[in-house]
Ligand binder design. Structure first.
Ligand SMILES: Cc1ncc(COP(=O)(O)O)c(C=O)c1O
Length: 404
């Protein structure tokens, strides 16, 4: 019997309703929260003011007047949209300046910006890898890295989180492939811990392989001068394929890869997620250039972030169920069950604190959590408010530190 358009559509809608129903039943349904106003870490949602502990605006740059001014002036002079993909006519002088500034910041020959960090991973790994290659990815790597690795059609192997010897074992089993690439993150987005970069790079070099480093959460915040996870680990940039994001500590939007000129040149010509999409909006590119200037002129912002992170860690480190092995601006409170994570998030919400529950599939089964991200703009009073609310809840549900 021929399938009519109408019946296929009706079936699809019924299936959508079923799937959404199943998500609701499993406690995995998510809805968007609409921000009505933002003032540093304080946001207004549904008419209520809440302290936000879930944004990646680590240095508080997204609301910096210099960025807003750069974006506004550029929008007035250039318009908003880039009007085309980069190769087709969407490269403005702001894109060029941005890439020059990013390359200079990283001490690299060149850089390529993408419209998002997700696209940077997709584009770069997709351009560099094919079925002749092998990619060895940390088990807790970001979804975009897995999507990129799978999309590249390279042989995908997964190593235990931060287990360099497992990565080495998988590398040696992958002899015979043209390129072999270890993929990891500077700071893991849901764990807050760092990759053993020196070890991974040394292993990769010993196996004549490469390390692709997604430093979305480490770029501009880690290291003496903010040069990210490589600087913090004492690993020179040219020992990794370096990717960073501009939507997090830089307070803007977009992703980038920095490296030798021939690599960047190849990406411009091969990265589908760069070629077949409209360029980063011009005011955003201008704001990102301004953000790099602010970073240089206001180094105390990074110092403030780390003093806030230390203060929060001191307050939370002693709470039941909380295990914070290393200083980080991302602090996970892993409670295990989805229902408990939701209850905790709701309790905080009722106290004027916004820290949504993170559930599978974003994190593994039985590791539902809150993911707290601290910024340079959080105050002592806000840290105190959060610590008190968490203490009350966690003490009622867990007995000892690490007890889940
Ligand atoms: C580790 C990591 N890589 C890449 C991305 C994607 O970056 P963007 O948000 O700019 O697409 C994220 C963002 O959540 C991330 O956490």
């Amino acid at each position: 019997m021929p399938i009519t358009v109408a019946s296929a559509r009706e079936r699809l809608l019924a299936e959508c309703l079923d799937e959404v129903g199943a998500l609701k039943e499993a406690g995995r349904y998510r809805r968007l929260r609409c921000l009505e106003a933002v003032d540093g870490p304080v946001v207004r949602i549904e008419g209520r003011e809440l302290v936000c502990w879930c944004a990646n605006d680590y240095l508080g740059l997204s609301t910096h007047p210099a960025l807003a001014q750069a974006a506004a002036e550029t929008a007035a002079a250039w318009g908003v949209g880039a009007r085309a993909s980069r190769l087709l006519g969407g490269t403005s002088q702001w894109h060029v300046r941005l890439e020059e500034s990013l390359a200079a910041w990283c001490g690299a020959e060149a850089a390529l910006s993408y419209a998002s960090g997700y696209l940077a991973n997709l584009g770069t790994l997709g351009a560099l890898l094919s079925s002749q290659d092998a990619v060895i990815v940390d088990r807790l790597a970001h979804a975009s890295l897995f999507d990129a690795a799978r999309g590249s059609r390279a042989r995908l192997r997964v190593f235990r989180h931060n287990d360099a010897s497992h990565a080495a074992e998988l590398l040696s089993r992958a002899r015979g492939f043209r390129r072999r690439v270890i993929v990891t993150e500077g700071v893991f987005s849901m764990e807050g811990d760092r990759a053993p970069l020196e070890e991974l790079v040394t292993i990769a070099e010993a196996h004549d392989a490469l390390v692709y480093l997604d430093d979305a959460h480490g770029a501009f915040v880690l290291g003496e001068s903010g040069r990210g996870a490589p600087e913090a680990a004492g690993v020179s940039m040219d020992r990794v394929l370096y990717m960073g994001a501009m939507g997090k500590a830089l307070g803007c939007q977009g992703g980038f890869v920095a490296g030798p000129a021939p690599l960047i040149d190849l990406l411009r010509n091969r990265a589908r997620a760069f070629i077949y999409t409209t360029a980063l909006a011009v005011p955003v590119a201008a704001a990102a250039v301004a953000a790099l200037t602010v970073l240089r002129d206001e180094p105390d912002r990074r110092a403030r972030l780390w003093s806030r992170a230390r203060a929060l860690r001191r307050r939370l480190g002693a709470l039941p169920a909380v295990s914070l092995p290393e200083p980080s601006h991302i602090l996970p409170i892993v409670v295990g069950q989805v229902s408990l994570a939701r209850e905790l998030a709701e309790r905080l919400w009722s106290r004027g604190i916004w820290a949504p529950a993170i559930r599978p599939p974003t994190v593994s089964e039985r590791t539902a959590r809150l993911r707290l991200s601290v910024t340079a703009l959080h105050t002592d009073a806000q840290i105190d408010q959060l610590a008190r609310a968490l203490e009350e809840f966690l003490s009622a549900h867990f007995k000892t530190s690490g007890d889940r």
